[in-house]
Design a protein around this ligand. Structure first.
Ligand code: AMP
Ligand code: MN
Ligand code: MN
Ligand code: MN
Length: 291
């Protein structure tokens, strides 16, 4: 029996590559995860699964387990919510079709954002922003990088605050996937649907309860209790909600870039012991693959 059989495995179930708004290619991401001591990594690019094949190939070389994932953009009650799908069949046609529609919405939105920024005096915005996007999705993060590089904002955070957040000149409201829709794409692709970084949405207590009820009803099964953007009090609150709503608990760094040290791969606090981890049903097969 391998010595791995007894030690706690390091799971990081939320990360991005340059196929969406991450800085590293899928292969570089996997290499970095392995160097950071991650045993099980999920690549969860926004609205796209194009990086999974390259990530899987590198995972075999690097000796870590790569879980096929995606982070789906959802509109729920006029707010943006992110739903992570874990263990999906990336070839599933319903999922592919749904994600394709979201990427078309992103393209439409990119044209709109560019037009609004051009009204504000910027020139040739779309062509310049497209240079930052390596994959087929254009994210507000790419616009933020453009705004920083042309000197309009001091850093990415300020670029979002000044130009790209609700109410700001470069913000365009979009209709993303419905909650039911996103969860059913994930379930039909054999995956587990998880609400990403729940403390980020700033819902009231009632709003959060309603989201969890709607999510459960739609067939969702998990809540990201641990995320790099959750503080200890938020982790405790999310652990309690996961228990109360009988949701499995997930954890992920939401890694985007080596420049963001607060969201490093695998650097996560321990899962509260009262939570049932989202990997409870696949831990045995993971260990078998690792042995
Ligand atoms: P999008 O999905 O294109 O609307 O872009 C959302 C992405 O932008 C998120 O996944 C984050 O990576 C990033 N983001 C959102 N808000 C901020 C912020 N305030 N500061 C830095 N990055 C942000
Ligand atoms: Mn992102
Ligand atoms: Mn997200
Ligand atoms: Mn993310």
């Amino acid at each position: 029996m391998s010595r791995l059989q007894n030690r706690t495995l390091c799971y990081d179930l939320h990360s991005h590559s340059s196929c969406s708004d991450g800085d590293l290619t899928p292969a570089e991401l996997v290499q970095r995860a392995a160097a950071c001591g991650v045993d099980v990594l999920a690549l969860t690019d926004h609205d796209d699964v194009a990086g999974l094949a390259e990530a899987q190939a590198q995972a075999r070389l690097s000796g870590l387990i790569l879980i096929n994932g995606v982070e789906v953009s959802v509109s729920w009650q006029n707010k943006l919510v992110h739903i992570v799908g874990l263990g999906i069949d990336a070839e599933n046609t319903g999922l592919q079709r749904g994600l394709q529609k979201l990427r078309e919405t992103r393209q439409w939105r990119a044209v709109e954002i560019a037009a609004r920024l051009e009204q504000g005096g910027f020139t040739d915005v779309l062509a310049k922003v497209q240079r930052y996007a390596c994959g087929t999705i254009i994210s507000r993060s790419h616009f933020a990088r453009f705004l920083v590089d042309c000197g309009a904002a001091r850093d990415i955070k300020r670029a979002f605050k000044r130009y790209l957040s609700p109410g700001r000149p470069g913000y365009v409201n979009c209709q993303w996937a419905g909650l039911d829709e996103a969860v059913s794409w994930i379930n039909e692709a054999g995956g587990q649907a998880v609400i990403a970084h729940p403390a980020r949405y700033q819902f009231s207590q009632l709003g959060m309860r309603r989201l969890l009820e709607a999510f459960k009803l739609a067939g969702g099964c998990g809540l990201e209790v641990i995320s790099s953007c959750h503080n200890p009090a938020e982790i405790r609150r999310m652990a309690e909600l996961a228990c109360n709503y009988d949701l499995l608990a997930s954890q992920g760094s939401d890694f985007h870039s080596p420049d963001a040290a607060w969201a490093e791969l695998g650097k996560l606090p321990p899962m509260p012991s009262r939570c049932s981890p989202v990997w409870q049903d696949w831990e045995l097969s993971v260990r078998r693959l690792q042995a």
